[in-house]
Design a protein around this ligand. Structure first.
Ligand SMILES: Cc1cc2nc3c(=O)[nH]c(=O)nc-3n(C[C@H](O)[C@H](O)[C@H](O)COP(=O)(O)O)c2cc1C
Length: 230
C-alpha cells in the first residue's frame, strides 16, 4: 500500500540562516522530497526581525501535517528568537495545531548530546501543550565544527548524519516516534580521555572569534548579575 504523502515544514531556529541548522534542515528536506513528500524550510529569524509578517505564517503552518524544529543550543537552551516564536504560535494558534505532528533536531558546539536534553524536553512540552503528537527529538553534538558545511562535503561524517536523518524520516512520515537507534547513530563517540582537550580547543576557538569581534577578556568574565544597578 502507498504511504500517504505528507507535508513537512522545517523551522530553522538559527539566526545564522545558512549555517549548521540550515544544513541539517536542507538535508532533511531533500530526503523527504526523495521519498515523495512535500517539504519546505522557513527561517524563524525572518519573523523575529519582522522581515516577514507573523500573521501570514498561519497560512504556511495550517496546511502542514508535520512541523520540525531544527535549532542550535544557546546557553543551554533554545535561542531567544525560537522561544519568542514558539510562544507566539502557542498564543495565536491555540487549538489549531491539534493532531499535527512535531519533532525537533538540536545541535550544539560541544560533542556532548546530553547538553541538548533540556531543550528537547521543552520542545516535547510545547508539542503536548498544543495537543500535537510529539515524535521525539534528536541531538547532535559538534555542530560548531560543521559550521554550515553542506553534509555532502563532509565525507563519512556527512554520510553518517544523512543516513541517520533518512532513518528518522522513515518514522516521522509514518507518524511514529523516532527510533532510539537514530540517536545512537548520530552520537559522536569521543573517548573520555580526549573530551577535555577537545572542549578546551572549542573554547579557545570561540574566545578567539569573540576577540576578533571586539570582545575583551573583561567582557567575557563579567558577572553582570552581581554588578550594582544604577
Ligand atoms: C550565543 C551562543 C550561545 C551558545 N551556547 C552554547 C551552549 O550552551 N552549549 C554548546 O554546546 N554550544 C553553544 N553554542 C554553540 C552553538 O550551539 C553551535 O555553534 C551551533 O552549531 C550553531 O548553530 P548554527 O550554525 O545553526 O548557527 C552557542 C553559540 C552561540 C552563538
Amino acid at each position: 500500500m502507498m504511504n500517504k504523502k505528507k507535508r513537512l515544514l522545517l523551522l530553522n531556529g538559527s539566526p545564522r540562516k545558512a549555517k549548521t541548522s540550515y544544513v541539517f534542515a536542507r538535508t532533511m528536506k531533500e530526503l523527504a522530497e526523495k521519498k515523495g513528500h512535500k517539504a519546505e524550510i522557513i527561517h524563524i529569524i525572518e519573523y523575529f526581525d519582522e522581515e516577514k509578517h507573523f500573521e501570514a505564517l498561519k497560512q504556511v503552518i495550517l496546511p502542514q501535517d508535520i512541523l520540525g524544529l531544527v535549532t542550535p543550543l544557546y546557553v543551554d537552551t533554545l535561542p531567544y528568537p525560537v522561544i519568542w516564536f514558539l510562544e507566539r504560535i502557542a498564543c495565536d494558534l491555540t487549538g489549531e495545531l491539534k493532531g499535527k505532528e512535531f519533532f525537533a533536531v538540536a545541535q550544539c558546539g560541544f560533542p556532548d548530546t546530553d547538553l541538548l536534553h533540556p531543550l528537547l524536553e521543552s520542545c516535547g512540552y510545547f508539542a503536548k501543550a498544543l495537543e500535537m503528537k510529539w515524535l521525539g527529538g534528536l541531538g547532535y553534538g559538534g555542530g560548531a565544527l560543521i559550521d554550515g558545511t553542506p553534509l555532502e562535503k563532509l565525507g563519512r561524517k556527512g554520510k553518517k548524519i544523512t543516513s541517520a536523518f533518512a532513518f528518522a524520516l522513515d518514522d516521522i512520515v509514518e507518524g511514529k516516534s523516532i527510533s532510539p537507534r537514530v540517536q545512537d547513530q548520530l552520537t559522536v563517540k569521543i573517548p573520555k580521555i580526549l573530551y577535555r582537550a577537545l572542549a578546551a580547543f572549542l573554547n579557545y576557538r570561540k574566545k578567539r572569534e569573540a576577540y576578533s569581534h571586539g570582545v575583551s577578556v573583561a567582557d567575557l568574565t563579567r558577572k553582570t548579575y552581581l554588578e550594582n544597578k544604577v
